[in-house]
Design a protein around this ligand. Structure first.
Ligand code: AHM
Ligand code: MG
Length: 333
């Protein structure tokens, strides 16, 4: 097998299709490098004293795990000095992170969830890093939070690294979705899947069923029809999977289809779902659409939502097109 590294892939994209500017290529490589470092820390587990919780809470009031904070610092440090970024925003930080004065300021803005799937960190289940790249608005001098509030359709790149049995990097720059596997001996990302396509139909769904009593009627209806199986209105049996790491659930769906749902809850109207628009929903929606799937908040295309604040939450329905279209249709009835 001819091995194509992430670097070679990006250079060839830049040369042949002119769709990855040099600065963006550098940015993606730096993020890829940071993810290797995170993968290394994750892999050490108890031997590296990286497991467990800290006393601090993040901006969402969630207890921070040591690896959440370590991963955040790895991404900040790796990306500060390259000259390709104007600012960063992270799920783990209340406000945006400006590039220190001693470094040049670039034209991109990086948004990330440094370690997604926190509840799985200490139990050796797949977790991941999710990232999204935006262009700084023209004429911007000092970046503000407002500059980040761009709809997901403006993303110029998005991806995730999944730290599982293998460490993989899934990437889109708006021209399909490719997957790279980390060669741990060589320390390089090797292209292992090109132009990934999500099957349009599926018999598999992913949702945290323990919240069922709190769902709104369209989700109640949709899931009960799936659960009814071959004798119900769908006339077929559906299987369920829930890893509780969005990266791992989305990765399965990219590879064999499925629908992922994290709906809004009737309990607290101020909390529309659990997942965050900028750090989780937008990058995953970009990847899923680029792989031929669909992503909505139940009513609207996720990538069309105009963000109102950095840490905004949204309901998420994404994956195989036919199923996402069906549950979205139920929300409109
Ligand atoms: P996190 O960013 O604090 O890790 O939360 C996001 C995660 C997702 O990866 C996953 O889909 C979801 O939370 C699981 O939530 P729950 O524990 O309610 O099943
Ligand atoms: Mg997260």
């Amino acid at each position: 097998m001819k091995r194509i590294s992430l670097t070679q892939y990006l250079v060839e994209q830049q040369r042949e299709h002119h769709n990855i500017p040099a600065e963006l290529r550098l940015l993606i490589e730096v993020v890829g490098r940071a993810c290797k470092t995170i993968s290394h820390s994750v892999g050490k587990g108890a031997l590296g004293d990286v497991l467990g919780a800290l006393e601090s809470e993040n901006v969402q009031g969630e207890v921070q795990k040591k690896l959440d904070v370590i991963s955040n610092e790895i991404l900040l440090e790796a990306n500060e000095w390259g000259g390709h970024l104007a600012a960063m925003a992270s799920e783990e930080m209340e406000s945006i992170h400006l590039i220190p004065n001693r470094y040049p300021m670039g034209e991109y803005m990086l948004v990330f969830d440094p370690l997604d799937g926190s509840s799985n960190i200490d139990v050796n289940v797949s977790i991941g890093t999710i990232f999204s790249v935006l262009k700084a608005p023209d004429g911007m001098t000092t970046p503000t939070e407002q500059d980040f509030l761009q709809p997901g359709s403006k993303q110029v790149a998005a991806g995730y690294a999944v730290y599982g049995p293998q460490t993989m990097l899934v990437l889109t720059t708006g021209h399909g979705v490719n997957c790279f596997t980390l060669d741990r001996e060589m320390g390089s990302w090797v292209l292992t899947q090109s132009n990934i396509q999500i099957p349009t139909t599926t018999k598999e769904f992913a949702i945290n069923m323990s919240n069922q009593r709190h769902w709104q009627p369209p989700v109640q209806r949709y899931v009960s029809e799936l659960l009814a199986g071959s004798t119900g209105p769908r006339g077929t049996d559906f299987n369920m999977r829930w890893i509780a790491s969005m990266v791992a659930d989305v990765h399965r769906i990219l590879n064999r289809g499925g629908i992922f749902m994290y709906p809004a809850d009737v309990r607290d109207p101020s909390k529309p779902g659990k997942l965050r628009l900028m750090y989780e929903a937008n990058p995953m929606a970009f990847i899923v659409e680029q792989a031929g799937g669909m992503a909505t908040d139940g009513k609207h295309r996720i990538l069309d939502i105009q963000p109102e604040k950095l840490h905004q939450r949204v309901p998420v329905f994404l994956g195989s097109r036919d199923e996402v279209a069906l549950v979205t249709g139920y929300h409109h009835e």
